[in-house]
Design a protein around this ligand. Structure first.
Ligand code: PSU
Ligand code: MN
Length: 300
């Protein structure tokens, strides 16, 4: 795959400046308009103000773009026919000239193709609760197993089966590094009750780990788990109750497959009177800043 580079990204590559990839599913399917467009811009600015260069990734009219322009962001945020693209969907969108927002899996593929190895997102997909019946396991996990990109996230969302998600990551050989924490964060909460064995307290330590991993031919991704800032964190019990309700609603409405994640997200937002969206924005921005620091460290 040969992605089209946005002008800022192309210039950054020429000047050997640090780059941070951003996904677009969060824009097209993860948040409502107009917040989604505002957030898309704010994340790019957060990365720039840390001295790195943002590369938002999507498919526009069949072309894989690394470094979306303002017009392309606007299209993703407002157009009503934007596909949600994971690994399996990417070549379809390319073949038929579709617009598509990239999930964590597809963003990793395009980022790697453009030699961008640090990527910031909100939460990754994982093993859904009830997966032993539904087989609903996000392609993000397999992608992390094979594609050498560091993904900075706030942990898998508690709508997922977290212990099962950790097991699959282990099977796939994906290191999960807690940033300044010994516990897996769970997106809206800083705690999950799941201990992490790998921890780093500074961006430089993460950069050192990535260099060691990839220079020694341990191909595959790394998950950096960066807890939501404390002032935005939800109480775990309260959140668990909302999630249980959202899942009941999803079952009652017969929601399946790739619709599940967006549905649960919007339901939780309703149940928390919008507070979950604010938290979502705060944690992605926090991840963008950390990713920029890691990318800078990797250059040095
Ligand atoms: N988590 C969020 N917001 C999102 C997603 C996850 O908080 O928008 C998106 C990401 O793009 C992730 C995708 O890669 O959902 C996973 O979808 P699925 O479970 O269908 O693989
Ligand atoms: Mn799924």
């Amino acid at each position: 795959m040969k992605p089209k580079l946005g002008s800022e990204v192309a210039a950054a590559k020429r000047d050997h400046r640090p780059l941070v990839a951003l996904e677009s599913t969060i824009i097209a399917h993860g948040m409502p308009y107009p917040q989604n467009l505002e957030v898309a811009h704010r994340l790019q600015d957060d990365i720039r103000s840390q001295g790195a260069v943002p590369a938002t990734i999507a498919v526009i009219a069949g072309e894989v773009v690394v470094g979306c322009s303002d017009e392309e962001l606007k299209l993703l945020a407002t157009h009503d026919e934007v596909m949600k693209l994971s690994r399996r969907d990417l070549p379809y969108a390319m073949a038929f000239g579709k617009h598509g927002a990239t999930t964590v899996a597809a963003t990793m593929i395009a980022a790697k193709a453009a030699d961008v190895t640090v990527f910031a997102t909100g939460g990754i997909g994982g093993v859904h609760r009830g997966a032993s019946q539904s087989f609903d396991i996000s392609a993000d996990l397999k992608e992390l197993g094979r594609t050498s990109v560091a993904v900075v996230c706030a942990g898998p969302k508690a709508i997922l089966d977290l212990p099962a998600t950790m097991e699959v990551l282990e099977t796939e050989g994906v290191p999960v590094i807690g940033y300044q924490t010994d516990e897996l964060p769970a997106f809206y909460t800083r705690e999950s009750g799941i201990a992490l064995e790998l921890r780093a307290d500074r961006p430089e330590e993460i950069a050192r780990f990535l260099r060691t991993k990839w220079e020694n031919e341990f191909e595959g991704g790394v998950l950096i788990a960066n807890p939501i800032p404390a002032e935005h964190s939800f109480d775990k019990q309260v959140l668990d109750a909302h999630i249980a309700k959202a899942m009941d609603a999803a079952t009652a409405a017969g929601i399946e497959g790739k619709e599940v994640t967006p549905y649960l997200l919007s339901k939780v937002k309703e149940l928390t009177a919008g507070k979950s969206l604010e938290a979502n924005i705060a944690l992605v921005r926090n991840n963008a800043r950390l990713a920029a620091e890691i990318a800078k460290s990797l250059m040095g």
